[in-house]
Design a protein around this ligand. Structure first.
Ligand SMILES: [Zn+2]
Length: 118
Protein backbone atom coordinates (compact mmCIF):
# COMPACT_ATOMS: atom_id res chain seq x y z
CA UNK A 1 0.00 0.00 0.00
CA UNK A 2 1.55 3.37 -1.00
CA UNK A 3 2.20 5.90 1.72
CA UNK A 4 -0.33 8.68 1.89
CA UNK A 5 0.93 12.03 0.67
CA UNK A 6 1.57 14.49 3.45
CA UNK A 7 -1.25 16.97 3.71
CA UNK A 8 -0.40 20.59 4.37
CA UNK A 9 -1.16 21.51 7.94
CA UNK A 10 -3.07 24.76 8.32
CA UNK A 11 -1.53 27.25 10.73
CA UNK A 12 -3.17 27.72 14.11
CA UNK A 13 -5.70 30.52 14.19
CA UNK A 14 -4.57 34.11 14.43
CA UNK A 15 -6.79 35.64 17.11
CA UNK A 16 -7.57 39.29 17.67
CA UNK A 17 -10.04 41.37 19.65
CA UNK A 18 -13.02 43.22 18.15
CA UNK A 19 -14.83 46.00 20.00
CA UNK A 20 -18.56 45.46 20.25
CA UNK A 21 -19.16 49.19 20.54
CA UNK A 22 -17.08 50.77 17.74
CA UNK A 23 -16.02 47.61 15.82
CA UNK A 24 -12.29 48.43 16.06
CA UNK A 25 -9.99 45.43 15.71
CA UNK A 26 -6.73 45.02 17.61
CA UNK A 27 -4.15 42.25 17.74
CA UNK A 28 -2.70 43.22 21.11
CA UNK A 29 -4.78 41.89 24.03
CA UNK A 30 -6.38 44.79 25.88
CA UNK A 31 -8.87 45.26 28.70
CA UNK A 32 -10.36 48.35 27.04
CA UNK A 33 -10.79 49.36 23.40
CA UNK A 34 -7.92 51.60 22.31
CA UNK A 35 -10.32 53.85 20.37
CA UNK A 36 -13.48 54.23 22.46
CA UNK A 37 -12.53 52.78 25.86
CA UNK A 38 -15.30 50.18 25.87
CA UNK A 39 -14.73 46.92 27.70
CA UNK A 40 -17.04 45.10 25.26
CA UNK A 41 -14.19 43.21 23.56
CA UNK A 42 -14.54 39.75 22.04
CA UNK A 43 -11.99 37.40 20.56
CA UNK A 44 -12.31 36.52 16.89
CA UNK A 45 -10.23 34.49 14.45
CA UNK A 46 -8.59 36.14 11.47
CA UNK A 47 -8.72 34.48 8.07
CA UNK A 48 -4.99 35.30 7.85
CA UNK A 49 -5.18 37.29 4.62
CA UNK A 50 -4.18 40.86 4.04
CA UNK A 51 -1.81 43.12 2.16
CA UNK A 52 1.65 44.55 2.76
CA UNK A 53 1.12 47.93 4.35
CA UNK A 54 4.80 48.74 4.86
CA UNK A 55 7.97 46.96 3.76
CA UNK A 56 11.43 47.38 5.25
CA UNK A 57 13.97 47.70 2.46
CA UNK A 58 17.16 47.01 4.41
CA UNK A 59 17.50 43.45 5.71
CA UNK A 60 18.52 43.04 9.35
CA UNK A 61 21.67 41.11 10.08
CA UNK A 62 19.83 38.51 12.16
CA UNK A 63 17.16 37.86 9.55
CA UNK A 64 17.58 34.84 7.33
CA UNK A 65 17.98 35.35 3.59
CA UNK A 66 14.66 35.44 1.80
CA UNK A 67 12.81 36.94 4.75
CA UNK A 68 11.44 40.44 4.40
CA UNK A 69 10.28 42.51 7.35
CA UNK A 70 6.83 43.95 6.72
CA UNK A 71 3.77 45.34 8.41
CA UNK A 72 0.66 43.58 7.16
CA UNK A 73 -2.83 45.08 7.18
CA UNK A 74 -5.13 42.13 7.83
CA UNK A 75 -8.51 42.12 6.11
CA UNK A 76 -10.23 42.28 9.51
CA UNK A 77 -8.81 45.78 10.10
CA UNK A 78 -5.72 45.44 12.28
CA UNK A 79 -2.02 45.73 11.50
CA UNK A 80 0.63 43.22 12.41
CA UNK A 81 4.43 43.25 12.03
CA UNK A 82 5.81 40.08 10.50
CA UNK A 83 8.01 38.65 7.80
CA UNK A 84 7.30 37.54 4.25
CA UNK A 85 9.09 34.45 2.95
CA UNK A 86 9.43 33.17 -0.58
CA UNK A 87 9.63 36.59 -2.21
CA UNK A 88 12.41 37.73 -4.52
CA UNK A 89 15.40 39.40 -2.85
CA UNK A 90 14.08 42.94 -3.00
CA UNK A 91 11.65 44.92 -0.92
CA UNK A 92 8.28 43.25 -1.00
CA UNK A 93 5.87 45.48 -2.95
CA UNK A 94 3.53 47.54 -0.85
CA UNK A 95 -0.08 46.42 -1.40
CA UNK A 96 1.03 42.87 -2.32
CA UNK A 97 -1.49 40.28 -1.09
CA UNK A 98 -0.19 37.88 1.55
CA UNK A 99 -1.50 34.94 3.53
CA UNK A 100 -0.28 33.78 6.92
CA UNK A 101 1.64 30.49 7.11
CA UNK A 102 2.83 30.65 10.73
CA UNK A 103 1.55 32.50 13.79
CA UNK A 104 3.62 33.79 16.74
CA UNK A 105 4.38 31.25 19.43
CA UNK A 106 6.53 28.18 19.92
CA UNK A 107 9.69 30.28 19.83
CA UNK A 108 8.58 32.43 16.91
CA UNK A 109 8.05 36.08 17.76
CA UNK A 110 6.50 37.27 14.52
CA UNK A 111 3.99 35.79 12.12
CA UNK A 112 5.23 34.56 8.77
CA UNK A 113 3.38 35.41 5.58
CA UNK A 114 3.72 34.24 2.00
CA UNK A 115 2.85 36.20 -1.13
CA UNK A 116 -0.30 35.10 -2.92
CA UNK A 117 -1.15 35.64 -6.55
CA UNK A 118 -3.72 38.36 -7.16
ZN1 LIG B 1 -14.24 50.56 20.61
Amino acid sequence: MPAAAAQPVPPPPLRYQRCGWCAAADFLPRALCRLCGSDDLAWEESAGSGYVHHAVAAPRADRRPGQHAVVVALDEGFHLPGVVVGAAARPVPVDARVRIVSVPGAGRRRPVFRLVRP
